[in-house]
Design a protein around this ligand. Structure first.
Ligand SMILES: C[S@@+](CC[C@H](N)C(=O)[O-])C[C@H]1O[C@@H](n2cnc3c(N)ncnc32)[C@H](O)[C@@H]1O
Length: 274
C-alpha cells in the first residue's frame, strides 16, 4: 500500500475539513476512557488524552511549545489556557491552520499562540528554539517519523522535552492469515507502526533520552469502534465527500482496527540532554 505524500495528506484534510468537523469536532485524536464502564463522551475522552500527555511533562507557564500536526488547534489552545504556554502549531492543511488561528483568536490567545502551514519533514524553525515539542497522533502520517523526531531534537533547546502520542505495534499479534493481514494493514499500510523497543531506540538515536512511555492501548481502543459508529451514521453525507468505495474502505479499516489487539497506543516523553 503506497503511503500518501504530505501534500496529498494536507489536501485530504482540506477537502474533508467540514466533514471532519461534523464527525470528530475539535480534537482529531483518540479518546481516553478509564474502563468499560466509563461513559465519557468522545469530546471529554479526547480532551482527557491531551491532559494525560500534558501530565507527563512538567509544563511551566511561558514554556514555548511547538505542536507538530496541530489539527484545528484544540490541544495547544487547551494548553494555552491550562498551562499558560506560548506556542506555534504547524499543519500540512491550510484550512486547519486558518481555523486554528481563528479559534485561538476567539479564545483570546492570539497573542501567545500562532499557527502556520509547514511540512514537519522540514521544520522552518531555528535550532534550539522550543522548550517542548508536541506531536499528538500526527507522526503516523509522516513519510519518515524518525526524520521528524530528529527535526524535533534539532529545534528543542538543551533540557527541552518531546511529547508524543502515537500508534504502537504490540506483541499480541494473534495468529493465522487474518491476523497476518491485519499486521500488514497497520505495519505497512495506514499506520506503519513499530513496537516500543524500536520506538525507544529510534528516539535515543535522535539524541534524546526517553523519560516515560505509557501503553494506554486499553484506554484508547474504544476510539476505533466509536469512529466506525460515527462514520456509519453519516454514510450519505460522507459518500458525497469521498465516494462509496473510499467510504467502505475507511469503515472497514475502522472496524478491523477496533478488533486488532496488536494495534496499540503509546504516550511517551523524552528529554534533550542539557
Ligand atoms: C490525526 S490529525 C491530529 C491533529 C492534532 N494533533 C489533534 O490532536 O487534534 C493529524 C495532523 O497531522 C498533520 N500532518 C500530517 N502530515 C504532516 C506533515 N508532513 N507536516 C505537518 N503536519 C502534518 C495533519 O495536517 C493533521 O493536522
Amino acid at each position: 500500500m503506497t503511503k500518501p505524500t504530505p501534500t496529498e495528506i494536507g489536501q485530504g484534510y482540506d477537502d474533508f475539513a467540514d466533514l471532519l468537523d461534523q464527525l470528530w469536532g475539535d480534537n482529531l485524536h483518540h479518546g481516553y476512557w478509564d474502563d468499560a464502564s466509563d461513559g465519557a463522551s468522545l469530546d471529554e475522552a479526547t480532551n482527557r488524552l491531551t491532559g494525560e500527555l500534558a501530565g507527563m511533562l512538567a509544563i511551566e507557564p511561558g514554556d514555548r511549545l511547538l505542536d507538530i500536526g496541530c489539527g484545528v488547534g484544540e490541544p495547544v489552545i487547551r494548553l494555552g489556557r491550562t498551562h499558560e504556554i506560548t506556542g506555534v502549531g504547524v499543519s500540512i492543511s491550510k484550512r486547519q491552520v486558518e481555523r486554528a488561528g481563528d479559534r485561538a483568536a476567539a479564545a483570546g490567545l492570539a497573542d501567545r499562540l500562532s499557527f502556520q502551514y509547514a511540512d514537519a519533514m522540514a521544520l522552518p524553525f531555528p535550532d534550539e528554539s522550543f522548550d517542548i515539542v508536541w506531536a499528538l497522533e500526527s507522526l503516523h502520517h509522516m513519510p519518515d517519523r524518525w526524520h521528524v523526531i530528529r527535526q524535533a531534537a534539532r529545534v528543542l533547546r538543551p533540557g527541552g522535552r518531546l511529547a508524543i502520542g502515537d500508534f504502537l505495534l504490540r506483541s499480541d499479534h494473534g495468529s493465522g492469515a487474518d491476523a497476518a493481514a491485519r499486521v500488514d494493514l497497520v505495519r505497512e499500510g495506514v499506520l506503519k507502526i513499530v513496537d516500543l523497543d524500536e520506538y525507544l531506540s529510534r528516539i535515543r538515536e535522535a539524541g534524546l533520552v526517553p523519560e516515560t512511555a505509557e501503553d494506554v492501548s486499553d484506554h484508547t481502543r474504544p476510539s476505533w469502534s466509536k469512529s466506525a459508529e460515527i462514520f456509519a451514521a453519516v454514510r450519505d453525507r460522507a459518500e458525497q465527500y469521498i465516494g462509496a468505495r473510499q467510504f467502505e474502505r475507511t469503515l472497514s479499516n475502522f472496524r478491523q482496527l477496533s478488533d486488532a489487539p496488536m494495534v496499540g497506543y503509546v504516550l511517551l516523553t523524552a528529554r534533550k540532554p542539557a
